[in-house]
Each structure stands twice: as C-alpha cells, then as structure tokens.
Design a protein around this ligand. Structure first.
Ligand code: G1P
Length: 298
C-alpha cells in the first residue's frame, strides 16, 4: 500500500531580490495578496491535501515567517475583548499545533534541489510534497489535493504541469512527455531544467507542486550541480526516470499565478480581489474607469 503524504516542504530561503526594496526586511512569502500572505495560501493548500507536518527551509532574515505562525496572545486577547470573532477565526488559520511545524536553514543559496535536500532528516523515509509559495494556484479543488488523489493511483513522483508558450519554456523545468494528449496524468520520459530557447522537449512546464519519493533525497545527496550552477530538483526527479521508477506530470485544473514576478503578483492581487464579495464592486468600478484612460494614454 502507498504511504499517505503527510509532510510538505516549503522552500522559502530565497532572497526575493525581484521585490526589493520591500524584501530588504520583509520575507517575500509574507507579502500579501489582498490580505493574506503568500505563505498562507500555500499552507491552506497543503492542509486541504491532508498535510499535517510543515517543514520550512529558511535562511537568514526570515524570522518574520516564524512569528507569523506563532500564537499572538495580546492580539487574540484584544480581539476577544472586542468580540471580534470573525477576525479571531481568521487568526486561527495562522496558528500551528506544537510540533506540526519545523524550520531548517539552508546556509548557502545552492538551488532548489539543495533546499529540499536540507529537509532530508525531517522528511525521513516517506513520500512528501513540495510547495513553492511563489506559484499561487486558484482552483475549486486545491492543486495539491488534486495531485494527492492522482498519486494514489500512480505512486512514484508527480509534478504539477502546465502548458506554457514556447518562448517562455527556458524559465521552467520542462517535461519530455510520453504522451501529448489531453489526459491529466502524463507519464514522463525525461525532464530538463531551463532548456535553452528552441531546445525544449515540449511546452509542458513544471509548476511548483511536487509529490516526491524519498529516493529523490539520495540523488540530491550527491549534490550534482546543474542549470545555472545550482543543484536542481528537476535533475533529481529526472534521475528517478533513469532508474526506471515512474514519474508523472499532472495537468492540474485551475489558474496559476507567477507571484515570483511583479506582473504575476499584480494579476493575482486583482484576480483574488475580484473574487471577493466585499471588494468586487468597488474594484471593478475603479478598473472600468482607469483602463480606458491608460489605453488612451498609450
Ligand atoms: C523552479 C523550478 C522549475 C519550475 C519552477 C516553477 O524554478 O526549478 O523547474 O518550473 O520553479 O515555478 P524557479 O522559478 O525557482 O527558477
């Protein structure tokens, strides 16, 4: 029987230089879409998929993340005194049970594969999920929950996948897919991290959700450097295929926002705000007014 996926690794050690100066003192993962930090979206998605142990791979300057998941007794007491139960409920989603969350440091920025490897002792000998909080996915059924369900049939490793325009392929891990059909679960023949323009084996890109077997940690242990001079997670998963173990791409249902980029972050902000009944009307009205003005000024 396949073991249940109960642990998730959140690589959050990056410096977030694309969002300077904000990220000089605020971890990128604390930046908010409407009123919820990026990391909270990732945690909510993990919980919805049955994850009960949360492993953060952090670095210097990320202590705000630890505080975020801690209890806030003064704030809670104040909200209680004022009878603000709705806000107390919101706060509760940020609290973690004792022992449910662990922080481990990546001492040098050596790549995503290296960050995941830093969590090896906490992961142990069981399958685990990886969530990259930069990739925010709006979906009726959260993306990782879709994948866990699919994984129950396939086993092995699974990566979220999405078609991207050919000229964007060099920004992603790209799948060499055994089939190019319309099915959601796609057996993978090979994977390449950030292929040079024109050399991508397909336009199916890896998006930041993974279910991995502990075997991947053994490959990462070798510390082999790949694209961009970094230890790549993509390469370690590709090694699984070479060993004859199954790897699937999962074409998830939902809309993905690249919140690692400013344009993506803004699009997510607008989209999430428009889906909120308390903000929709006012924001839509504002957009209707300014878009024609911006167009006319072009
Ligand atoms: C990482 C992975 C890449 C994946 C991407 C998804 O790249 O290395 O394979 O396609 O996330 O967002 P990064 O965006 O950190 O360069």
């Amino acid at each position: 029987m396949k073991r249940k996926v109960t642990k998730a690794v959140f690589p959050v050690a990056g410096l977030g230089t694309r969002f300077l100066p904000a990220t000089k003192s605020v971890p990128k993962e604390i930046m908010t879409l409407v009123d919820k930090p990026l990391i909270q979206y990732a945690i909510d998605e993990a919980r919805a998929a049955g994850i009960t142990e949360f492993i953060f791979v952090t670095s210097r300057g990320k202590s705000a993340l630890e505080d975020y998941f801690d209890n806030a007794p003064e704030l809670e007491a104040e909200l209680q005194r004022k009878g603000k139960t709705d806000l107390m409920n919101v706060l509760e989603t940020t609290n973690m049970d004792s022992g449910a969350i662990a922080y481990i440091r990546q001492h040098k920025p050596m790549g995503l594969g290296h960050a995941v490897w830093c969590a090896r002792r906490l992961v142990g000998d069981e399958p685990f999920a990886v969530i990259l909080p930069d990739d925010v996915i709006a979906a009726e059924k959260p993306c990782l929950a879709q994948m866990v369900e699919a994984y129950e049939e396939t086993g092995g490793c699974m990566v979220a996948a999405m078609r991207v325009p050919e000229e964007k392929a060099s920004a992603y891990g790209i799948l060499d897919a055994a089939s190019d059909g319309i099915e959601r679960k796609i057996p993978v023949k090979g994977m390449v991290e950030k292929p040079p323009l024109g050399e991508a084996p397909s336009n199916l890109a890896v998006i930041g959700r993974y279910i991995l077997t502990p075997d991947v940690m053994n490959t990462l242990h070798r510390g082999k450097v790949g694209a961009g001079g970094e230890v790549q997670l993509t390469d370690a998963i590709a090694a699984e295929i070479m060993e004859g173990r199954p790897v699937h791409g999962y074409r998830f249902e939902g809309e993905r926002f690249d919140c690692g980029s400013k344009a993506g972050f803004l699009q997510a902000t607008v989209s999430f705000a428009l889906s909120r009944s308390d903000l929709r009307d006012e924001l839509a009205h504002f957009l209707n007014e300014i878009v024609p003005v911006a167009r006319a000024a072009e």
